[in-house]
Design a protein. Structure first.
Length: 217
């Protein structure tokens, strides 16, 4: 019987900075660091998804700041996070998850986030009232579209995420939450909330501390 011996293969690591393959036990900390910094950074899927859809390059630091990290109230941050990651329930998502109808219970149209937050019955009048409030407070016209719903207002410019813009994004978050609560109510009971703007006003008083906004409610 012949003895078969196998030669042990020592692990190696290719270091791009020196363009050499080095034995692992001979690798220096500086080699590991150089290897690390040269690795290509791949942005999270959610960022690549919205950049492709809206054909823009948002300042993501500001987006996360306004939508989740520093939003007043965990509930608003929770809603914004779920919208950005496309895990907030709507007809389209429920159809994918549970094979439920993808149509709106109110108007029977295909229900995605665009329809749910912008196009359904009565929402144009609601957003017109919200935008009128923001104009009266800040003398500033805010355009509400799907990009604003998903990413917030003023995401393309590297502005300081505070002050007026932060308050505007907070107001938009409050409005989105009111719409979603109305959606949940109708899904569970078949009844719509009465005057959406009145519920919005009440929530503004709960979340906002801006005296100018509160004086215009």
């Amino acid at each position: 019987m012949h003895n078969i011996s196998s030669k042990r293969t020592e692990p190696t690591l290719y270091i791009p900075s020196v363009k050499k393959t080095i034995m692992v036990d001979q690798v220096k900390t500086s080699d590991l660091y150089a290897n690390h910094v040269q690795q290509k950074f791949i942005p999270p899927y959610v960022q690549r998804r919205w950049e492709a859809l809206f054909k823009c390059k948002p300042v993501w630091e500001n987006v996360w700041y306004n939508q989740t990290n520093h939003t007043v109230g965990k509930l608003l941050a929770h809603i914004n996070y779920k919208i950005m990651h496309e895990i907030l329930p709507c007809g389209k998502r429920l159809n994918i998850w549970k094979n439920m109808p993808k149509t709106c219970n109110v108007c029977n149209c295909f229900e995605d986030y665009n329809h749910m937050f912008l196009k359904c019955n009565g929402l144009k009048e609601f957003w017109d009232a919200v935008c009128k409030l923001m104009y009266n407070c800040f003398k500033y016209n805010v355009e509400i579209d799907l990009k604003t719903i998903i990413l917030g207002h003023k995401t393309d410019n590297a502005y300081k995420a505070s002050g007026t813009y932060f308050t505007i994004n907070l107001i938009i978050s409050i409005a989105k939450n009111v719409i979603f609560k109305n959606w949940v109510r109708y899904r569970s009971s078949g009844k719509l909330t009465g005057n959406l703007y009145q519920y919005f006003q009440a929530d503004c008083k709960l979340y906002l501390k801006n005296v100018t906004v509160l004086s215009h409610l």
